[in-house]
Design a protein around this ligand. Structure first.
Ligand code: AMP
Ligand code: ZN
Length: 112
């Protein structure tokens, strides 16, 4: 499958890793939108949040555990945002489920 994040999981495209285990990978975003901008992805290809279901949702809970751990390791002290964009209108550009972990600055709400 022609998926850049699957290629990152396989090691065919390099990435700067922040965390890895058998189920998930966290790596630094190439175009950071905050002082800390890490992407956390399931190693299994799930195309977007709209495809999360009873069969595959356990990894999402794990991703949030990893987000808290990475945020702590990177010194965010509990202040961070986790975002996933599902679909073109929401701004999804890579069709492999990913959660943006953003921190190190103030954020506005609503996001626009
Ligand atoms: P989204 O727009 O929500 O689909 O987010 C995709 C994110 O992937 C963007 O923030 C990109 O900067 C990031 N990105 C794309 N290719 C790479 C790559 N090879 N390594 C790291 N981050 C990437
Ligand atoms: Zn993929």
């Amino acid at each position: 499958m022609d998926c850049i994040f699957c290629k990152i999981v396989n090691g065919d495209i390099p990435s700067k890793k922040a965390y890895e285990d058998e189920k998930v990978l966290a790596f630094y975003d190439l175009e950071p939108q905050a002082p800390v901008h890490v992407l956390i992805i399931p190693k299994e290809h799930i195309s977007c949040a709209a495809e999360i279901n009873g069969e595959n949702s356990a990894v999402v809970a794990h991703i949030f555990e990893v987000a808290a751990k990475v945020a702590d390791e990177l010194g965010l002290d509990g202040d961070f945002r986790v975002v996933t964009n599902s679909g073109i209108k929401a701004g999804q550009t890579v069709k492999h489920l990913h959660f943006h972990l953003l921190g190190g600055r103030d954020f506005t709400w609503p996001p626009g």
